[in-house]
Design a protein around this ligand. Sequence first.
Ligand SMILES: O=C(O)CCC(=O)C(=O)O
Ligand SMILES: [Fe+2]
Length: 356
Amino acid sequence: MGSITAAADAVIETIDLSAYLSSDDPIVRKATADRLVQALHKQGGCGLVGHGLTLKAIHEALTRSKEFFDLPLDQKQTINHPEGILPHRGYSGVSREKIRVYTEDELQSMSGELGATAKKAMDWKEHYDIGSDYEPEHHNRWIDKALLPGFQPFMSDFITQLEQLHTNVLNAILLGLEVDPISADYFRGLHTHHNSGIRLLHYPSMRESEIDRTSTTWCPIHTDFTTFTFLIQDENQGLEIEDRTNKTPNTFVAANPSIPDRLWLTIGDFGEIWTNGYLPASRHRVVIPAPLPGSGTDMTSNRYSIPYFLNPRHDGILEPLGTGKPATMPRDRYKKMKVRDHIEFRMKYQYTDPTK
Ligand SMILES: O=C(O)CCC(=O)C(=O)O
Ligand SMILES: [Fe+2]
């Protein structure tokens, strides 16, 4: 197990997108796109400010998320995530999802049957998955309107705002990667089908003296099976991103929440494969911070976060782009495969029987 060296700010860059979003000058836009791609090439992740989402919207999303999780358990269970993999919608109670800890080789090969004895961790969290209302195949599971007035329209609109942001960031990445226009159009087209969504996450507080830290975590080391992910978090520390520049394996840095409207952007498996490894998938985790010394309490903090998972269309084909900066990477590292197959492979190991 590596160590935590520093707050992420020292080693993982934060990119201000405002010039890219507001300028008509192609030189200014390209300069920001280059900085973004450079930061992602180095670390697989970066902070984002000047992204256009307002602090008000971010706060409201976190507040409404808290209101949702404050509902009695039996109410939340009326919109349980279905058994099986799809649709990926609805409520999952504490420890229903166990994110599998993958070895480097398994992640590289992306195929094959994993051993039944695979190590699993207890994830101390509850969450609620919501997709776009414009996605025709998988329907959202909304809580009774009378219990949370305004919740549904707010969340639907918030997802639409995040879709707009993902389009902007995707375009900036494609510009910075300097891929040819036909490849860029194809890649863009894979992300216009409203397959993305948010996950409201709540990590409940626990009594420090009762935590078995060898088997319980808020979320163990993993990569996301996305093109990329935006992470919105409250003021409580927990998220840590791997410092890929550190020679000691498994060195993570705290993605500190001190800038309230900063999002964290992490590249996922699909982003890595498509860019032929030029943008590596970010390994990250969420640790349970110990109670503050001298705080007089044995309870750890409660934490809320909202990832937005940018998903390509499920019938898309995963194949490394052979132009621009991705073409500078060694060839034949990634096998061609269907997006859906990779999602099924990853999710098979993620969900546990809800009755257990
Ligand atoms: O809670 C967070 O900050 C990160 C959650 C995460 O990595 C995930 O759900 O994939
Ligand atoms: Fe993640």
